[in-house]
Design a protein around this ligand. Structure first.
Ligand code: PHE
Length: 342
């Protein structure tokens, strides 16, 4: 059944459906012709205004046209939706040839690295790790190490006191006494003691109120300064390279007698003398033969045993080894600095 007015609207709708290129456009066409205000809907609604004999013809034609258009729209919508899904899938496909994002790689802190290296060299020589408290008694930090009451090292300027009798240890040497007492007179005693130490210094390029030391102690029946020198020469070769040499200079520590400061030959100028070393040598540690009174304080008889000890700063070794000229760089946690050790 046909009718010119219905045919006109239906033809227009058909054309609009043909032109619509997407599901959104098809939806707009549906609203335009079949929605509540749509052209065909309006036509159906206006049937009552037609002469009575036209009404059934127009009504039937309009209903038929509506059914056909709805079916057409549904089919086109399904096509469009399918096309759109396929396009979207194609666009979001993973490109497996793209380079990946690399997770950034962390690095062991240079102080940890040097710490581990020093400890492992001495563990390799048969030393065992002995640790002690950072809050130490006056007795272990000073008294037992032969540092008398009026010694300048006891000055309030150098030491952080916690109370009259306790303090933040100013060096790792108190662990000498602790290790000797723990060994209860047995020999040999061979200990290595890494740890944090504290001094009342203002931070600058070469000072920090907290830094790290490694203490070495060897006590046995017939230990000599030659053993100390051989051990430290070997340490220097392991730490600074096979051509390293060490030099002993007389020095003084209350807890060793005799005492020596130890230098390593400058590995930047091979001993010729340069800006870093001036005379071809770099100071790396303090050392000496354990003072008889210190052995006694540790529970050993200095007539029976001898020993030597040394203490070195981990920061200082790290600065020399890596050519770092400011101690504060180790504590700033600046990634631009730390990444260089990755
Ligand atoms: N404890 C000394 C210091 O902090 C170093 C040292 C240790 C010297 C052992 C001799 C023997 O300077």
């Amino acid at each position: 059944m046909n009718h010119p007015r219905v045919d006109a609207v239906a033809g227009e709708a058909r054309e609009a459906i043909e032109r619509a290129a997407s599901s959104a456009e098809l939806e707009a066409v549906r609203v335009r012709f079949l929605g509540r205000q749509g052209a065909l809907t309006q036509l159906l609604r206006s049937l009552g205004t037609l002469p009575a004999d036209e009404r059934p013809v127009v009504g039937a034609a309009a209903n038929e046209a509506k059914r056909v258009l709805e079916a057409l729209l549904e089919a086109r919508l399904a096509d469009a939706a399918g096309r759109e899904r396929r396009r979207q899938r194609a666009q979001s496909r993973l490109d497996l040839t793209l380079p990946g994002r690399r997770p950034s790689q962390g690095a062991v802190h240079p102080l940890t690295r040097v710490h581990d290296e020093i400890v492992s060299i001495f563990v390799g020589l048969g030393f065992s790790v002995a640790e002690g408290p950072e809050i130490e008694t006056d007795f272990y930090n000073f008294e037992a190490l032969n540092i008398p009451r009026d010694h300048p090292a006891r000055d309030m300027q150098d030491t952080f006191y916690v109370s009259d009798a306790t303090l933040l240890r100013t060096h790792t040497s108190p662990v000498q006494i602790r290790a000797l007492r723990a060994a209860k007179g047995q020999v040999p005693v061979k200990t290595i003691t890494p740890g944090r130490v504290y001094r009342r210094d203002v931070a600058d390029a070469s000072h920090s109120p907290v830094f790290h030391q490694v203490e070495g102690l060897a006590v046995d029946r017939h230990i000599t300064m030659a053993d100390l020198k051989g051990t430290l020469a070997l340490f220097a070769r392991e730490m600074f390279g096979p051509d390293s040499a060490v030099r002993f200079r007389p020095s003084f520590f209350p807890f060793t007698e005799p005492s020596a400061e130890v230098d390593v030959r400058c590995f930047m100028c091979a001993g010729a003398g340069c800006r870093a070393c001036k005379d071809g040598w770099l100071e790396i540690l303090g050392s000496g033969m354990v003072h008889p009174q210190v052995l006694r304080n540790g529970g050993y008889d200095p007539e029976e045993v001898t020993g030597w000890a040394f203490g070195m700063g981990i920061e200082r070794i790290a600065m020399l080894k890596y050519g770092v000229d400011d101690l504060r760089l180790f504590f700033d946690n600046d990634l631009r600095f730390l990444r260089q050790f990755a």
